[in-house]
Design a binder for this molecule. Structure first.
Ligand SMILES: *Cc1c(COP(=O)(O)O)cnc(C)c1O
Length: 353
């Protein structure tokens, strides 16, 4: 295999999943493996399912449909509130969906009723990160609406932190989630099955604190990259190198560090750093912003990333390189996400069905 590619070690992903399922299991917390960065590819879904993930979570119905059509029968959770244009497909998929809007809930209920189905929903509660979620004082009203619709089943209550503003999961905000669950149960005399406290950013909290009513976490980055996302610290015993982005050299020349001529903005609206650091080996790889996030790649030793345009990644290398030579990078989550979704990056282990 040559050319721009993302190499994936599915054995490492399986190991990370088993470890997290096991460690969370000791705290009575089940694991939903989040597949969204992997485009719902069969190999990934099947590895994390066999490794003990009870559910697969994805933010796109397209990925859920892809997993279903390739024979994955693990229960699935749509992690993003249903887009009204996709309600039919979401009900048809049989996945549970997270929800925050009563009109969307009504639309799901009406499609489910006509199809003779019951659609499972998880109500998301806003706990301060200011992305999705019903404000805490409105949760009871949202639940009342769900319970009045017989084609919907209230399967869970969840929250999501640390995605927009980096708000940390804590004893306090997780305690609020537990007490909201209890007030729903008391008000309506129902039991809530799944209490999904958050994502990989919840792991430090989950290792150190009493989980209260929380009995599920939705884990993406920690399974893929073996890190917790709040401080991007490696998690002991997990692999942090399951992915490698490989790109090839197309030019390598001795050049000055300081551009010449009058300068304005570059193609991305940035202005150049004009320091003169003498001549260097400047090496260009056939990969760019279309394919990855250059600021989120870890370069091997002897290589510094200087800049990236749409299709060129510009490096300082210790010596001259030959066109066709390859350089291997470890991608962070943002780089990984973009590489997986670029049609120009092949991914042998993962795209194979
Ligand atoms: C992406 C996402 C996750 C997974 O987050 P990680 O930090 O990758 O573990 C969990 N829940 C929701 C709602 C998400 O959108």
């Amino acid at each position: 295999m040559r050319g721009l590619r993302l190499e994936v070690d599915l054995d490492k992903i399986g190991h990370n999943t088993r470890e997290l399922v096991d460690r969370m299991g000791h705290r009575n917390i089940s694991v939903t493996a989040v597949t969204k960065a992997m485009l719902g590819v069969h190999g990934f879904a099947s590895v994390v399912s066999s490794a003990g993930a009870c559910t697969l979570g994805d933010s796109r119905i397209e990925n859920i449909e892809r997993m279903r059509s390739t024979g994955i029968d693990t229960p699935m959770l749509l992690l993003r509130s249903p887009a009204p244009s996709q309600i039919d497909r979401i009900v048809e998929s049989g996945a549970m969906s997270v929800n925050t809007e009563v009109d969307v809930l009504s639309a799901l209920a009406s499609v489910a009723r006509s199809a003779g189905r019951v659609h499972d929903v998880m109500v998301m509660v806003e706990l301060g990160d200011l992305r999705e979620g019903v404000m805490p004082d409105q949760v009871v009203e949202t639940v009342r609406h769900i319970l009045e619709l017989p084609s919907l089943r209230l399967a869970g209550v969840g929250a999501n932190l640390a995605c927009r503003n980096g708000v940390e999961p804590s004893a306090r905000n997780m305690g609020v989630l537990s007490s909201i669950v209890e007030s729903i149960e008391e008000t309506f005399g129902v039991g809530i099955g799944i209490i999904s406290g958050g994502n990989s950013a919840n792991l430090d909290w989950a290792f150190d604190s009493e989980p209260g009513r929380v009995n599920n976490l939705r884990l993406g980055e920690s399974i893929l990259l073996g890190r917790e996302p709040l401080h991007r610290r490696p998690i002991a015993g997990l692999h942090t190198d399951a992915f490698v982005l490989v790109a090839e050299v197309i030019e390598s020349k001795r050049k000055p560090t300081k551009p010449w001529g009058r300068t304005g903005q570059n193609s991305f609206g940035e202005t150049a750093d004009l320091d003169d650091r003498g001549d260097i080996w400047q090496t260009i790889l056939a990969v760019g912003r279309q394919d990855t996030d250059a600021t989120d790649l870890t370069a091997p030793s002897g290589v510094d990333i200087l800049a990236a345009s749409s299709d060129h990644l510009i490096l300082r290398t210790d010596g001259q390189m030959r066109p066709g030579q390859e350089v291997r990078f470890e991608p962070g989550y943002a780089a990984l996400l973009r590489s997986m979704t670029s049609p120009f990056v092949s991914s042998p282990a993962c795209r194979a069905l």
